[in-house]
Design a protein around this ligand. Structure first.
Ligand code: GCO
Ligand code: MG
Length: 413
């Protein structure tokens, strides 16, 4: 048996998703997610123009060999485009292997280490009251962990704060089409002031602890905006509020920046959603500079690579916190959930529900119960693409925003 066809599709049920379909000579179909927010067509081209023909006729069971062939073979290594393409192939091959075995994928990865996957939800609000309402809403749904983001006085729309307002949808979608819903021609721009943010946030955490007590797991995303010393000061200032994690406090490519943060605080640190290989973590893990690995399965070479990365992290007492915003398709989400079920060093899983249009295009079998997700027991990943429904949503160009400081300097978004 061998790989007979490899098809790449791009669909846009409200946002863009790149999906890989691999079909074997005896008709088994595997699905992979290759979505890279705002750069979708680069990965689609990498897959269809450079990878697809090289897979035809290969033995679909040789997952490790195929991974190494795609990683080492082309000479050019790493980077989000390459690693998202490899991830999609890897997910599809694991999907096929598990379907052939007649088992949900987590069984092939070692079986369940837990009965469900604790997830964190996204609570946000332009002001404290709106944020508090969002937190209460999630608690009523059974969530025990929430990421909190809020508006900063003096600044307009900023990262992580839902423009929809409380009571509608608490989540947010930063990749923007044009105002009329058609293709965007350039990113929107936001304004940022780190001083205002650093002055405002500790008081927000203080009120949350007063209003919601000590049990609630509180997470927060700094989205790469602080300098090393600003991050060190901030992590120290918020220590009394005992966050579950502070994410991306500094830009990720500067691994040694976190040495400074560690020297000053015991606030747990998470990083890695823009990383794409284990090498991005080499210093962070071996020097124990982080507590949670934030990579997406979709952007880090798939299940094969993520399993190795998380096993490496486990040796240093570091746990998983796999990236799971809505720019990861339901296929990528399922891949994360199967890993979350099987690994020992699971920490928490990010969860932002996909919209209805997306869930009409992707048939999912994972379930949410009281703040815990379960990947379901269908053979394989348990997610498939309805190709007819997908074809009804044409690719629509969208961009993540660009961030500028109040004096106009381009800053990290
Ligand atoms: C998160 C992330 C996302 C990213 C998005 C970019 O923690 O979930 O920061 O919100 O901004 O995935 O494409
Ligand atoms: Mg993040």
């Amino acid at each position: 048996m061998s790989i007979e066809s490899v098809d790449v599709s791009v669909t846009s049920p409200g946002r863009n998703f790149v999906t890989l379909k691999i079909t074997t000579s005896d008709g088994v179909v595997g699905w992979g997610d290759a979505t890279l927010n705002g750069r979708e067509l680069a990965v689609a081209s990498y897959l269809s123009d450079h990878i697809a023909s090289t897979l035809i006729g290969r033995d679909e069971d040789r997952i490790e060999d195929t991974w190494q062939y795609l990683y080492r073979g082309p000479y050019w290594r790493r980077g989000p485009v390459t690693m998202a393409a490899i991830a999609a192939v890897d997910m599809a091959l694991w999907d096929i292997k598990a379907k052939k075995a007649g088992m949900p994928l987590y069984q092939l990865l070692g079986g369940a280490s837990r009965s469900g996957v604790r997830v964190y939800a996204h609570a946000s609000g332009t002001d404290y009251q709106a944020l508090a309402n969002a937190i209460t809403g999630y608690q009523e749904l059974g969530f025990t962990a929430v990421r909190v983001q809020t508006g900063v006085p003096g600044l307009g729309q900023i990262y992580g704060v839902s423009a929809a307002g409380p009571g509608v949808r608490y989540d947010y979608e930063p990749a923007k089409r044009a105002a009329d819903g058609r293709a965007a021609t350039a990113p929107t721009e936001e304004t940022w002031d780190t001083n205002a943010y650093l002055a405002h946030m500790p008081g927000v955490f203080d009120r949350i602890r007063q209003d919601f007590g000590t049990d609630l797991r509180i997470l927060h995303d700094g989205h790469h905006r602080m300098s090393p010393i600003e991050a060190a000061r901030f992590a120290k200032d918020i220590e009394p509020y005992k966050l579950f994690w502070l994410e991306d406090c500094t830009p990720g490519e500067d691994q040694t920046a976190l040495r400074l943060v560690r020297q000053h605080s015991t606030t747990p640190l998470a990083i890695g959603e823009v990383f794409n290989t284990v090498y991005d973590y080499q210093t962070l893990i071996t020097e124990r500079l982080i507590d949670y690995v934030r990579s997406a399965v979709t952007h880090t070479g798939g299940i094969t690579a993520m399993k190795k990365l998380l096993d490496f992290a486990a040796i240093y007492g570091i746990r998983s916190g796999i990236h799971g915003p809505t720019d990861i398709s339901p296929i990528g989400m399922a891949a994360a959930l199967h890993l979350d079920m099987a690994i020992h060093n699971f920490g928490i899983q990010e969860y932002m529900p996909h919209n209805e249009a997306t869930l009409n295009v992707f048939q999912t079998s994972y379930t949410l119960d009281n703040g815990f997700l379960h990947p379901g027991d269908e053979p394989g990943l348990g997610v498939s693409l309805d190709e007819e429904a997908a074809a009804g949503h044409e690719y629509t160009k969208a961009y993540l925003p660009v961030n500028r400081l109040i004096d106009g300097t381009v800053h990290d978004w």
